[in-house]
Design a binder for this molecule. Structure first.
Ligand code: GLU
Length: 505
């Protein structure tokens, strides 16, 4: 059953790939890798009116960044190529013809205006116009017209489409790997267009023909395609082909309110909905991306995996390899998955803690360089080890650690008011003397000397330590003070205390 697994991700290049699309790609990837199968990328670009030139490259770059590259697709292992439907367009006509020959499809000459008139008419009577068994013989098509009429219309160059002849009075019983058995009465279906008057197939025809020719074993796609399943099953039957197995993934829902997650939710609540930043070439509009916002690709993928799937255990952190091992379509839920921007940050924070100090240092050094700070690698590594716990993004490092690299120029006003009393200046001057006298400025020595001095003065620790923190950091935050002091060194420590006395006393 899971021999020779071949799955495909089949996006339409109509714009940047939404994170829901990445989730679909990811589940296909995980399923393929789990069964040593093949993950195919097929570009479904038959709708020329919605084609966007930079979208295909964006899709490929996104898969690369997420570390889930395709095995077969445009420009790669083109065994079943081409993988762009626009480059396969000559192929589809014969399949439309074949269905006509078999009596599963027919020519329809109804013009757009005629169909519009029917729709309007129905609307006025509170009905919806459906083109199917109940009216097809009263409309302009090869089922209603005589053979001569049809031949002469075609010869005269009249525009036509090819429609599927949906069978009447049948109950279709279908299986979905996630949803189980689905039944549908074929009388509720319409005769969908398979082939358009512009000589291009519709999504339905091209999709089925290609899945068949590319030997796709499992179709894993978003729930929005579930309504197309009956037609797709009927098409397989009409062609006499074995259908692949189907799995329709649950929708990704808005963090607040009801409905499908949209780009507008992201704009409103301040999170990206795209993996990579995207520039709309026409409008120049730039949409944020997870990558540019500072998310790690493995954290992003881990988060996405949990949108609609769970391992059935408490474990939440999964490497890509672990996901491949653990992933199971049977554990994908039927109900929609609520997206949480906070949980996404949580994943990033977890992944940040899992990175080595060396990795994080390599990411931090260029940021420091940009600020004109040429920091020693080992020093930076030490800084990173002290502050990373509080960071969600590498970009948070600077706020958490700037005082390791430069003297504070401002002091938190509220804290200063509270902690810097009239007597503080004199106390801090005394402290500078204590510090000056520490010969070997190690953590232990500094701690013993300073704490000893405070104890001998019979004052609370806070009276010294808080103003000292304010002097060194500029605010009441940061790691252990003795760590900070010994990192920045005795001279800088003294200088900062002096600066603070000048400014705050
Ligand atoms: N081209 C469709 C899309 O844009 C593919 C749907 C499917 O996977 O069958 O999502």
């Amino acid at each position: 059953m899971t021999d020779n697994v071949r799955v495909r991700f089949a996006p339409s290049p109509t714009g940047p790939l939404h994170m829901g699309g990445v989730r679909t790609a990811l589940f296909n990837y995980l399923f393929a890798k789990k069964y040593n199968g093949t993950f195919v990328l097929r570009i479904e670009d038959t709708d020329q009116t919605r084609y966007v030139a930079n979208a295909e490259q964006y899709i490929i770059d996104s898969l690369e960044w997420c570390n889930i590259p395709f095995d077969e697709g445009p420009g790669k292992n083109e065994k079943f190529g081409p993988y762009r439907q626009s480059e396969r367009k000559e192929l589809y006509k014969q399949y439309a013809d074949l269905l006509i020959e078999k009596g599963w499809a027919y020519y329809a000459f109804d013009t757009a205006e005629e169909l519009d008139a029917h729709r309007k008419n129905h609307e006025e009577n509170g009905k919806t116009f459906i083109y199917n068994w109940h009216n097809r013989e009263k409309l302009q098509n090869s089922l209603a017209l005589s053979e001569e009429e049809v031949t002469s219309k075609i010869a005269a160059g009249d525009k036509y489409v090819v429609r599927f002849k949906t069978p009447q009075d049948e109950t279709l019983i279908m299986q979905d790997e996630i949803r189980g058995t689905i039944k549908i009465d074929t009388n509720t279906l319409d005769d969908k267009v398979l082939f358009k008057s512009d000589g291009m197939p519709t999504y339905h025809l091209a999709n089925i023909v290609d899945d068949h020719l590319m030997e796709i074993s499992h179709v894993i796609r978003g729930e929005e395609w579930l309504p197309s399943l009956p037609l797709h099953m009927l098409l397989y039957k009409a062609f006499g082909w074995d259908a692949p197995k189907f799995a329709h993934l649950p929708l990704i829902l808005k963090p607040v309110g009801k409905g499908k997650l949209s780009k507008r939710d992201g704009d409103k609540l301040g999170f990206p909905v795209f993996p990579l930043e995207y520039t709309n070439e026409e409008s120049g509009d730039v949409s944020r991306g997870y990558k540019e916002d500072g998310y790690f690709n493995d954290a992003f993928i881990n988060m996405l995996a949990f949108l609609g799937w769970n391992p059935g255990t408490e474990q939440e952190i999964f490497s890509l390899e672990e996901l491949v091992k653990t992933f199971d379509l049977a554990r994908v839920s039927k109900s929609g998955a609520k997206f949480s921007p906070d949980k996404t940050k949580w994943f990033n924070q977890q992944y940040l803690q899992l990175k080595t100090d060396k990795e994080l240092t390599d990411l931090y050094l260029p940021i420091l360089e940009e600020k004109g700070i040429n920091s020693d690698v080992d020093y930076t590594k030490k800084v990173v080890s002290l502050i990373k716990e509080r960071a969600v993004f590498v970009a948070d490092f600077w706020d958490l650690s700037s005082f390791f690299f430069e003297n504070p120029t401002e002091y938190d006003a509220k804290a200063a008011k509270k902690q810097w009393k009239e007597t503080t200046g004199a106390l801090m001057t005394e402290l500078t003397e204590v510090i000056s006298n520490i010969e070997d400025f190690s953590i232990e020595n500094a701690q013993t000397e300073i704490k000893g001095w405070i104890t001998s003065k019979e004052i609370g620790f806070g009276k010294v330590m808080q103003p000292l923190r304010l002097s060194l950091v500029g605010k009441l935050a940061g790691p252990d003070l003795f760590e900070i002091m010994t990192m920045i060194g005795k001279e800088t420590t003294l200088q900062r205390i002096k600066n603070a006395i000048e400014k705050l006393s």
